[in-house]
Ligand binder design. Structure first.
Ligand SMILES: *Cc1c(COP(=O)(O)O)cnc(C)c1O
Length: 397
């Protein structure tokens, strides 16, 4: 006999039964209310991520009695939440960072959105936020993008940044999981993330305090990972660096909110591409996974622009320290260091401050070395629909 048959036969409604009656998150129930006062799209030079937001947002909320509400696309505006609620007291919040790009056909495209949706689900689970079907969220994101396509800048390197967010809205200071939530998505037009020249991005390597730790939440995109790093970021900026390179026990983890790669020249003429392994202290970036896959595919399946087809890129997920980098640099083997993430795609590192000294890296035009530049071009070609690879580019229709 199945469990549901047992409970159907009894007068008592089990917790499982009540859960089964809760409305699932259902994209087909979407209601759209368009604004009657469209905003002015800022000129490209003012498109810095987070500066302006589009006309509309998507919002859907969860109530433990009824489940998920009907999703709504409505004019962008403030939320109303209880001052006692979980997110304000305990930081029960997670988010995603993805982008919509305009293809040559004028259609909006997403880049590997299933990966972001799966990560959003994992983050929500890590904070015990209410469950949802991530494919329904993706349908809603696509719909929002089609409503806001006029906001996607048609310039190369420009896109519409997408910020899906979930907050715990249980209206009580009780220290427990939030059984109320709001899931919303806002959009911000954006240009190139780092407007650096040949000097590349500068990092200050810091090991105390840390951003993440073994057994912690560093492998999830949860809000409580970020604010404790702001003080270190302010410190790095005071000393003239753009981002923090986060060390744990001397090992390199990530740079700011980007994954970290070093490229070494080998005696056989090939290149080693090294990145720290995902051990729970590192955010599993979609761009990181893409860099690894594309590097490994060269030259047998694709030819990365500017990299000879006689050169193999050997990818290694292994631990890296500042002394490794310093030694390789002194030996003249360190070709380049770069970072990856949705915001910057692939960005070249120009110098790394560590224990009072600067490790200066090879200067390159626009800061990116040959491997970073090749990956940057190939990935942006996929994102902006100029080339296709393994269904990574997904059209919003
Ligand atoms: C989002 C993020 C990244 C990059 O992930 P992508 O999916 O490539 O954008 C890297 N590190 C941290 C800490 C992040 O929050």
């Amino acid at each position: 006999m199945r469990v549901d048959e047992i409970s159907n036969g009894s007068a008592v409604t089990s917790k499982a039964d009540r859960k089964a009656q809760l409305a699932p998150l259902d994209a087909s129930k979407l209601r759209i209310t368009l604004t009657d006062a469209l905003r002015v799209v800022p000129p490209p030079e003012e498109q810095v991520v987070g500066k302006s937001y589009t006309d509309h947002m998507l919002i859907v909320s969860y109530d433990p009695q009824t489940g998920w509400s009907d999703p709504e696309i409505k004019p962008y505006g403030p939320l109303s939440i209880d001052p006692a609620c979980s997110v304000l007291q305990y930081g029960t919040s997670c988010f995603e960072g993805m982008k919509a790009y305009l293809g040559p056909d004028g259609k909006a495209r997403l880049f590997r959105p299933d990966e972001n949706m799966a990560r959003l689900k994992r983050s929500a689970e890590r904070l015990a936020l209410p469950p949802f079907d991530e494919q329904e969220v993706l349908k809603l994101v696509k719909k929002l993008i089609t409503v806001e396509t006029r906001w996607i800048p048609a310039l190369r390197g420009y896109s519409l940044y997408i910020r899906p967010t979930i907050i715990g809205t249980r209206p009580s200071i009780g220290v427990c999981a939030s059984d109320h939530a709001i899931l919303y998505v806002i959009l911000s037009p954006t240009g190139p993330y780092f407007r650096t020249g040949s000097e590349g991005i500068s990092l200050l390597a810091l090991g105390d305090p840390v951003r993440s730790w073994p057994g912690g939440t560093g492998g999830h995109k949860v809000a409580p990972n970020y604010s404790p790093g702001f003080k270190s970021l302010e410190y790095a900026k005071e000393l003239g660096y753009q981002q923090v390179l986060w060390l744990i026990g001397g090992k390199i983890t990530e740079a700011g909110v980007m994954n970290f790669f070093a490229v070494l020249e080998r005696e056989d003429g090939d290149l080693d591409v090294i990145t720290p392994p995902l051990n729970g202290t590192i955010l599993p970036g979609v761009t990181r996974a893409s860099v690894i896959a594309l590097a490994a595919a060269h030259p047998s399946r694709i030819i990365l622009p500017g990299i000879p087809n006689t050169v193999c890129l050997h990818v290694h997920e292994r631990e890296l320290t500042m002394s490794n980098l310093t030694l390789w640099s002194a030996q003249g083997r360190l070709l380049e260091v770069f970072v990856s993430g949705t915001a910057a795609v692939v960005g070249g590192i120009g110098r790394i401050g560590f224990e009072g000294e600067d490790l200066l890296l090879h200067p390159y035009k626009d800061g990116r070395g040959p491997v970073a530049r090749a990956l940057f071009e190939y990935i942006t070609d996929i994102q902006e629909g100029r080339t296709e690879w393994e269904n990574w580019g997904v059209v919003c229709e």
